[in-house]
Design a protein around this ligand. Structure first.
Ligand SMILES: [Zn+2]
Ligand SMILES: [Zn+2]
Length: 423
């Protein structure tokens, strides 16, 4: 592969020529230090093998029970689907749907879609609906949360061992293996598949060399949000919605109405954050009486009962991370709106942090889902989900939507490309 192509950093829009890399190196953006692409001899075979293995492990993880609880000779065990169904039967349909999508539907869609495009590409042909399937992968990828669910299982075990005998079942180990395999699969950028398809078609998409450090927008170019191809817009900045020459998706300089949409999701999340913290996540009814637990009272309970590592994990995932996310998004959207050129590097770092840690707040939702299906001992204690779970789950989804709608290039647009920010 001798052909080199032009790429635009998706965080700051800087134009960079894509050069072949050797060994195990990575290319980073000269302006904002974003990871642009990784080297890899023939990653396709490796990613294919991992995806096939992950898909088989996924079937095992879904087909077998995860945990079994034993109390006084009574046994309760559950599969993931069983837990989702229990949540549904308690009238928490929306929460059940969130868990179903994050742990079943989206991870499965991503793996199946990857195999659908990668297996024919390996054999040297482009499958039907190539572009549509790749676009689907981009859509579902941020929402698959197997690794968060795995942590949820571990937290549930630690929580339960003081109440009952907890027996790990086959699916627990399958989920652990699946988490490891998916980290390899997710490292793979599906945009590389567009380049492979181009090679098969014999298309040469090399662009002109930028003479100086500049952004795609300043050169009248836009990078396709789906396939990453950098192309010149017909009449520059004010072009009517154009379409990508490679994948056909709508070509835009920046996300449309990025700030307005980010604001909408952010405000909705801030409002729901209040009931999420005040309403009970879980209700426990036992012979001694009934008790409601909010997120905070759950953390306090772990702390006073001596499970302080668990208290810290739940505190960070359920209280600190959502608060941090709301605060950081607020700073990002206000500074971008005022076209501030204040510390773009630090603001970009904040954006990356928010993008990566947001998903971990789903932890508490997964713990509640597993708890309500496992603690069903009619003579001793029954735990049901409370309305706080719905509010809290909505906050997590809304903040993730807000950060997906925010265009990080708006941080860099007011900043001059003078070379001041090199290195
Ligand atoms: Zn950059
Ligand atoms: Zn495209």
């Amino acid at each position: 592969m001798s052909r080199t192509a032009l790429i635009a950093c998706h965080t700051c829009d800087t134009l960079v020529r894509k050069l072949p890399l050797g060994g195990n190196t990575q290319a980073r953006c000269p302006r904002c230090n974003e990871l642009l692409y990784r080297a890899g001899g023939s990653p396709l075979d490796r990613v294919c093998a991992y995806t096939v293995a992950a898909l088989i492990t996924f079937v095992i993880a879904q087909g077998f029970p995860i945990l079994e609880m034993n109390v006084n000779g009574m046994h309760v065990q559950t599969t993931l689907l069983g837990a989702v169904q229990a949540m549904w039967n308690q009238g928490m349909g929306i929460v059940a749907t969130m868990v179903f999508c994050a742990t079943l539907l989206f991870p499965f869609t991503e793996m199946a879609a990857l195999l659908y495009v990668m297996l024919p590409l390996r054999a040297g042909r482009i499958p039907r609906g190539f572009g549509t399937v790749l676009r689907a992968i981009g859509l579902v990828r941020p929402w698959g949360m197997i690794e968060v669910f795995m942590l949820g299982i571990l937290v549930t075990i630690v929580k339960m061992v003081s109440l009952a005998q907890v027996v790990p079942e086959a699916a627990l180990f399958a989920f652990a293996a699946l988490t490891l395999m998916l980290t390899v699969v997710v490292m793979f950028d599906p945009r590389a598949l567009w380049d492979l398809a181009d090679e098969l078609r014999g298309a040469n998409r090399a662009g002109d060399d930028p003479a100086r450090t500049t952004t795609a927008a300043r050169e009248g170019m836009a990078s396709c949000q789906v396939c990453g191809l950098v192309q010149t817009l017909a009449d520059g900045r004010h072009a009517v919605p154009a379409h990508c020459a490679r994948c056909g998706s709508t070509l835009r300089l920046r996300f449309p109405n990025s700030l307005a949409r980010t604001w909408a999701f952010l405000l909705a999340a801030m409002i729901l954050y209040i009931p999420a913290n005040l309403l009970p996540m879980m209700r426990t009814s036992s012979i001694v009486g009934s008790q409601s637990d909010t997120i905070m009272s759950g953390v306090v309970y772990f702390w006073v009962s001596g499970d302080w590592p668990l208290a810290v994990v739940v505190f960070v995932a359920s209280i600190l991370v959502p608060m941090l996310k709301l605060g950081v998004l607020l700073i990002l959207v206000i500074t971008a709106q005022r076209r501030s050129s204040w510390r773009p590097m630090q603001r970009t770092t904040l954006y990356r942090v928010v993008e990566h840690i947001g998903r971990w707040s789903m932890l508490d939702i997964f713990v509640v889902t597993l708890t309500v299906v496992l603690v069903q001992f009619r003579s001793l204690a029954v735990i049901t989900a409370g309305p706080g779970a719905l509010a809290f789950g909505s906050v997590v989804i809304l903040t993730m939507l807000a950060s997906l709608q925010f265009d990080p290039r708006l941080i860099w647009d007011p900043v001059e490309t003078s070379g001041k920010h090199h290195e």
